[in-house]
Ligand binder design. Structure first.
Ligand code: ATP
Ligand code: MG
Length: 205
């Protein structure tokens, strides 16, 4: 068996990099539009909400106004909640009032809670002072038909031009995907919890 010839690999590499740079530069010229984006972080792997909070940190770093609405499943306190309430009270921060649970038998109560929480979201989506709005776990409200899909999509569509929105959660439907400018699907390759490791403070919540 003959050995592979690497004599010209450095030239080839430089060539490839040159081509790639040309492509990237052309992409940068094309991507000249300046407007807020809608980002959907979905899938069953870990990293959806924590990525959204990462973007909140980025915005806050520039002194931008941030609003976060959590359509959360339980009443579990989280590090991000502590951080915002204690260190960043300027962030508009609301959570669904009831501590909604998956197996709740009180559908009417859940719908009322979802709608009351949505009212905060709607307000932010009409306020152009907000650079970034995070609607954490919103997808479940659509999956369970707790919120009207058209109402939600319309509010997202008609938000201020420079405002970005991050929606997190599994599922959420095709229309939401279509509307989003960026969709990332977190895939569960493996998760520590499944090998018996307890959820970690400061990592998982
Ligand atoms: P995170 O908040 O860590 O970014 P997430 O928003 O992607 O997670 P959720 O479905 O909202 O995921 O669940 C939140 C909690 O469940 C976190 O504590 C997270 O570590 C845990 N979790 C997320 N994905 C998985 C998974 N595939 N298996 C087990 N636990 C998970
Ligand atoms: Mg989450």
């Amino acid at each position: 068996m003959s050995k592979p010839d690497h004599s010209d690999s450095s030239d080839q590499h430089n060539d490839t990099m040159k081509k790639r740079k040309t492509q990237i530069d052309a992409g940068i010229v094309r991507a000249g539009e300046e407007r807020g984006v809608m980002i959907l972080l979905t899938g069953n792997g870990k990293g959806k909400s924590s990525s959204a909070f990462g973007m909140a940190m980025r915005s806050l770093g520039y002194g931008f106004r941030v609003g976060i609405i959590q359509f959360i499943k339980g009443k579990q306190l989280s590090g991000e909640e502590l951080f915002i309430r204690e260190k960043h009270p300027e962030v508009y921060f609301e959570q669904m009032a009831t501590g909604f649970t998956w197996d709740s038998q009180d559908r009417t109560g859940d719908i009322a809670a979802a709608e009351a929480t949505w009212a905060h979201a709607q307000k932010l989506l009409q306020d152009d002072r907000y650079h970034l709005v995070i609607l954490d776990e919103l997808t479940y409200m659509l999956a369970y038909s707790y919120l009207d899909e058209e109402m939600v999509l319309n509010a997202l569509r008609s938000r201020p031009e420079q405002q970005s929105v991050v929606v997190t959660g599994r599922g959420g439907g095709e229309a939401l995907r279509q509307l989003a400018d960026t969709v990332s699907e977190l895939r569960d390759v493996k998760h520590a919890f499944k090998s018996g490791i307890k959820a970690r403070k400061g990592v998982d919540y």
